[in-house]
Design a protein around this ligand. Sequence first.
Ligand code: GDP
Ligand code: IMO
Ligand code: MG
Length: 428
Amino acid sequence: MSGVVIVGTQWGDEGKGKLVDLFTEEADCVVRYAGGPNAGHTLVVGSERIVVRLVPSGILRPKVRCILGQGMVVDATTLLSEIDELTKRGHECLSRLVLSDAAHLILPYHTLVDGLREARPGGIGTTKRGVGPCYEDKVARRGVRLGLLRHPGRLREVAGSALEAWAPTIVALGGKVPLLDEVLLQVQAVAGRLVPLLADTGREVHRALAQKQRVLFEGAQGTLLDIDHGTYPFVTSSSAAAGGACIGSGVGPRAIDRVVGLVKAYCTRVGEGPFPTELHEETGQRLRDIGREYGSVTGRPRRCGWLDLPALRYAARINGLDAFALTKLDVLTGFEKIGVCVAYKTENGVTDEWPSEGVENVKPVIEMFEGWSETLGHARSVEDLPAAARRYVEFIEAQVGASALVISVGERRDETIARGPLFEVRTT
Ligand code: GDP
Ligand code: IMO
Ligand code: MG
C-alpha cells in the first residue's frame, strides 16, 4: 500500500496537522491537495508549536518530500514567510519543498474582494485570505497559475484581464481597484524565490507511487466544507473531501489505497452556516475553553457542539473511509454527561441520515453518555482509558462502521494511542 488520504470529516480543525505529522514518520512524501492559506494546521513537537497554512504538515520530518499540489491556491507572501520561519527554527525545507506549476496564485485583488464582501452583511465568515475569489478565477479560466511566473509577459495579460473582470465588483463593494503595475510589482518581488520550487508535481507523485514510495495525501478544511458535499453555500471553494486528493494532486483513484478520516470527539465550526449540535450556553463555552477552540489562522472563537453521527456517517460515505482517527478525546474529561447526536428530527420525521436538502432545519436527537473524570494524556493503549471513554469510542466505531486507527489524547506527538500502521495492506 502506498497512497493514503488523511481527510477531515467535519468542518475543519479536526487535528489534521498533528495526525499528518505523526503519520509522516511512515511516509516518504506528503502532498497537500486542496485549499490555501485558509487552512491552519498545528504541529506540536516537544515544546515547539508551529502552525502551517500552506506548507504540508510533514515538513518537520527531515527526509520527507513535501508537495503543494495543483488543487491548491497559493499566497506567495504567506508561503515565503512560512518557509523563512521554519528555516529560522532549524527546519531546512527548501530542498524538500515542491510547488505545482498548475496551482493558482492568490493575487492582491482576490484578498481585497474577499475582505470587501465579508465587510458587508450576508458574508459567510470566510478567512478573508482571497481563497474563494482565486478559485472563482480558476473556474472562470482567467486564473494565474504558478507556472506563469516563468513568463512575465503572459502573466501580465492574464492578470490584466482578471483585474478588468473584477474591477466593477470592487467598485460596487466600495473598494479601490489596484493598478495592474502595482500587482505585478508585488508578484515580481516573490517570483525569483518561487520559480526554482516549481515542478510538474503530478508527475512527481506518480513516479513516487510507481517506485512504491509511501505517499500521504493531506486534506485541508473538512468534508462538511467541501464545495460539492458540504453545507453549501456555507463552504469553502475547493474539493476538500477525499476525492479531491486525486484531482488536486494529479493521480487516478487507483492510486489511493486507504482513506483515514479525522474525527474530533465533538464538533466545531468557524464562520457562518448550519450546525445542528451547536451548544450556545455554558457547555459550548466549556468545550471552547478546554479544547482551546480558537481559529489557528484568524483567532476567531470556534462554535462548539456535540459529536454529530448522521454527519459523520455521511462523511464516511462521501470519503469511503476505511478507518478513522479520533482526536481531542482528552477534552471531554470532566464532563459529567457527554451528548452525541444519533439522529435528526425533520419535517418528515426522524432520520439517522444526512438529508439531501441540507441540515438548516433539522433538530438533533441527542443521546447522553456517562462522562469520566480521569485525565487521558498518559494513555498509550485503549486499556489505559477509563471504561466510560472506552464505551464512547466503541459506540462511535459501531455507528461509523469503521475502526479507530488512532486515538489522540493531547496535542503532542506522543499523546497518542496508535493501534496499527497507516500504510498497510488492505484486507477488505
Ligand atoms: P487542523 O486544521 O485539522 O490541523 O487542526 P488545528 O491545528 O486548526 O486545530 C486543532 C487544535 O487541537 C490544535 O491546536 C492542535 O494542537 C490541537 N490538538 C490536536 N489533537 C489534539 C488532541 O488530541 N488533544 C488536544 N487537547 N489538542 C489537540
Ligand atoms: P483547516 O484546514 C476551519 C471555513 C471558513 C468559512 C468557510 C469559507 O485548518 O481545517 P474560505 O476562507 O475558505 O473561503 O472560508 O470555510 N474554513 C475553515 N474552517 N478550518 C479550516 O481549515 C478552514 N478553511 C476554511 O471559516 O466558514
Ligand atoms: Mg485548522
